[in-house]
Design a protein around this ligand. Structure first.
Ligand SMILES: Nc1ncnc2c1ncn2[C@@H]1O[C@H](COP(=O)(O)OP(=O)(O)O)[C@@H](O)[C@H]1O
Ligand SMILES: [Mg+2]
Length: 369
């Protein structure tokens, strides 16, 4: 994070009954950033957002927004607004009334003339200038989503909280709305903190992604950092996809770490994670992204032999389900279709695979928690 923090969580824990939904979490979101909380269902994303919005209160730790400790403050005392996953529009009110509602509630009431002007401005921001008099039932899913956005931005929050804002839309519409979200973020110049379980959406939109697992943050970084340098196998597989193979660490040879797979293959790797490779020993995990596996076979180093289990056609590429020799495990490879031209990629065949030392990821055994 390069800018000043606008949201800070300090040691925040949230417990529901006997279940700890968020464990002593620290997080800083910079002014103007687009930050995404990413993780599987139930990992604590919505809980984190609700603690920031003021819809839940922490059992311990503090929440600060724009330099103010708001840990115990009600939602209307916080300079944030939320776009809820189900939009939570009032069905009996028109679009314009839905949007204006936020301007008449406690803590942010504005005069009628100003209210009308701000509602029009918000409608224009989301491209619904002509829809103000409709009721939500007379709108498409994408239009309802836009109303929810307009209602949240009309109060001019410093931070917009978005809980899976696009999850109710079908794929094509979702992609269009991703572009819209990015534009709104840029035009409004405010901080967006979004929740999603969709890694492609997180990668496409975010300045930084916060990867969560079971109520904890596992890694925070720019999309490229998380993709190129994941800190754990979990992140390696959640951001993009990874083949994770058990290996023995056999020390270093010059710039290379040496990893021995169960089939006897010696993999050299260079650079990247983890920085403290010298402390490694014994069983580790090697990670290889399916799109980095090549079928060009160079003599010797970093070449594996595999049997093709299944061939799946994916348009521009072919996905090969592969069994490594000597029962060393299953992996899959995504091969551009041109590379397979003229080759036998039929199930049952045996092929050689090559992976560049810079494309081998290495993970220490995860500490038991
Ligand atoms: N009000 C609640 N009472 C009890 N358990 C809850 C409550 N809200 C959330 N949880 C639990 O906390 C965990 C995290 O929930 P949530 O933050 O909604 O996850 P996510 O948004 O990542 O899917 C889940 O196991 C969920 O069942
Ligand atoms: Mg959720």
């Amino acid at each position: 994070m390069s800018s000043r923090a606008i949201v800070t969580l300090n040691g925040v824990t949230k417990i529901y009954g006997h279940f700890t939904a968020l464990h002593e979490t620290n997080l800083e979101v910079g002014e103007g950033e687009f930050v995404t909380l990413l993780g599987p269902s139930g990992c604590g994303k919505t809980t984190t957002l609700r603690l920031i919005g003021g819809f839940e209160y922490a059992n311990s730790g503090t929440v600060s927004i724009a330099g103010q400790d708001v840990t115990g403050a009600p939602p209307y005392r916080r300079p944030v607004n939320t776009v809820f996953q189900d939009y939570a529009l009032f069905p009996h009110m028109t679009v314009a009334e839905n949007i204006a509602y936020g301007l008449s509630v406690k803590g942010s009431a504005v005069a009628a003339g100003e209210r009308k002007r701000r509602v029009e401005e918000a409608l224009e921001m989301v491209g619904l200038e002509t829809m103000g008099k409709r009721v939500p039932a007379a709108l498409s899913g994408g239009q309802r989503q836009r109303v929810a956005m307009a209602r949240a931005i009309v109060r001019r929050p410093r931070v917009l909280l978005l809980d899976e804002p696009l999850s109710a839309l079908d794929v094509k519409l979702r992609e269009g709305m991703q572009v819209e979200l990015k534009r709104l973020h840029r035009e409004l110049g405010i901080t967006f903190l979004m929740v999603t379980h969709d890694q492609a959406e997180a990668l496409a939109l975010s300045d930084r992604i916060v990867v969560m697992k079971q109520g904890k943050i596992v890694q925070v970084g720019a999309p490229t950092e998380l993709y190129d340098d994941p800190s754990t196998p979990y992140v390696a597989d959640f951001i993009g996809a990874s083949n994770l193979v058990s290996a023995r660490y056999e020390g270093r040879d010059g710039a290379f770490d040496l990893l021995r797979l169960d089939d006897g293959t010696l993999l050299r790797r260079v650079g990247g994670n983890p920085s403290a490779a010298s402390s490694l020993q014994g069983v580790v995990t090697a990670g290889i992204r399916p799109e980095r596996i090549r079928l060009d076979v160079f003599a010797g180093a970093n070449t594996m032999e595999a049997r093709i289990v299944e061939t799946l056609f994916h348009g521009d590429r072919v996905r090969l389900e592969l069994a490594l020799a000597g029962d060393a495990g299953r992996i899959f490879a995504d091969i551009p279709r041109t590379a397979g031209t003229g080759r036998q990629l039929e199930p049952g065949g045996t092929i050689g695979l090559h992976v560049d030392p810079a494309d081998v990821m290495l993970f220490a055994p995860e500490p038991r928690t």
